[in-house]
Design a protein around this ligand. Structure first.
Ligand code: ADP
Ligand code: MG
Ligand code: ZN
Length: 284
């Protein structure tokens, strides 16, 4: 009995320490906003529920704890500032964004697929199906659209979403090789395997190092076998990705490929902006 009590006080102490560490690590603002941030309203956000059991106070792990651990390990993986408020409605399919009719058609398919995916997220998760947006042309809206999907999954389904370029994720894994890394390689890979929604931008664009295939395979193979989803963007087709055959095979099984427009909305928008300014200068 003494041992049990001791173990419990250790857990409570650990929970308290975790809270303090969190406090040290995070800037006060985000800590404040994270306070009481338990999705199940069971703990005050520290991952442990303090409950009364047979007249004793005990600490048990809250359901949110594993999610918290994953989230902390993937702390770097957040949606880009530029797209933090992006929604699918912001993804335009008009002729100001795409001059070519064909591009508008591709953009419409992308937009419809994105909206439907968000609506059917639970079903897609059960089926372990994600999306793979690809087009050779930069500036066509791929990063914007996958960010918007991520935002809507967070807001509409309270999904746990992590966003990173494939290159950043692989570099983050490499940085754990160092002895003074705060987390181990295994811990980071494990977090990337388990997070509910993983958005990997710019697949195939990073330089391929000897460990790339092993890590990617490890993460994607696990994800394919669990009820989690992965959403990709790339400038090439799945079969053209510069990874091993096994990885391309897994991606084919886990994501529906969708061709994004081959036209830069960014350039079109910039041109129009220039035209407007030019007019202003001449008429003003
Ligand atoms: N369909 C669109 N609707 C609105 N803005 C767009 C669209 N496509 C691209 N943009 C704008 O162009 C910029 C580049 O888009 P981005 O998503 O980064 O392209 P990609 O990832 O395909 O290179 C973004 O900042 C976004 O503001
Ligand atoms: Mg991009
Ligand atoms: Zn909790």
């Amino acid at each position: 009995m003494v041992e049990v009590q001791e173990a419990i006080s250790k857990v409570i102490e650990k929970a308290q320490k975790m809270k303090e560490q969190d406090f040290k690590k995070k800037p006060s603002k985000s800590w404040d906003s994270k306070k009481n941030d338990c999705p199940y309203d069971q703990c005050n956000g520290n991952g442990f529920q303090i409950i009364e059991q047979d007249g004793r106070t005990v600490a048990i792990e809250c359901d949110c704890r594993e999610e918290q651990i994953i989230s902390r390990k993937l702390e770097f993986a957040t949606i880009l500032e530029e797209f933090q408020d992006a929604e699918i409605v912001d993804f335009k399919v008009d002729n100001e964004h795409y001059k070519k009719a064909e591009s508008r058609k591709f953009a419409e398919v992308c937009k419809r697929a994105a909206a439907k995916y968000v609506r059917k997220f639970q079903e897609m998760k059960k089926k372990r199906k994600g999306l793979y947006f690809y087009s050779e042309t930069a500036g066509s809206g791929k990063t914007m659209l996958i960010s918007a999907i991520g935002n809507e999954l967070i807001h509409q389904h309270k999904a746990k979403v992590k966003f990173a370029t494939a290159g950043d994720l692989l570099n983050a894994i490499r940085s754990t090789y160092s002895r003074d890394s705060e987390i181990s390689t295994h811990e980071l890979i494990d977090a990337a395997r388990k997070v509910e929604v993983l958005i990997l931008d710019d697949m195939g664009q990073q330089s391929i190092k000897s460990d790339t295939n092993d890590h990617l395979f490890d993460i994607l193979n696990h994800r394919l076998n669990h009820p989690v989803v992965t959403i990709f963007s790339s400038n090439c087709k799945i079969e053209e990705l510069p990874y091993s055959f096994r990885i391309r095979d897994r991606i084919k099984k886990m994501a529906i490929p969708i061709h994004a427009p081959e036209e830069s909305a960014r350039e079109n928008l910039a041109e129009q902006e220039n035209d407007r300014l030019y007019e202003k200068l001449l008429t003003g």
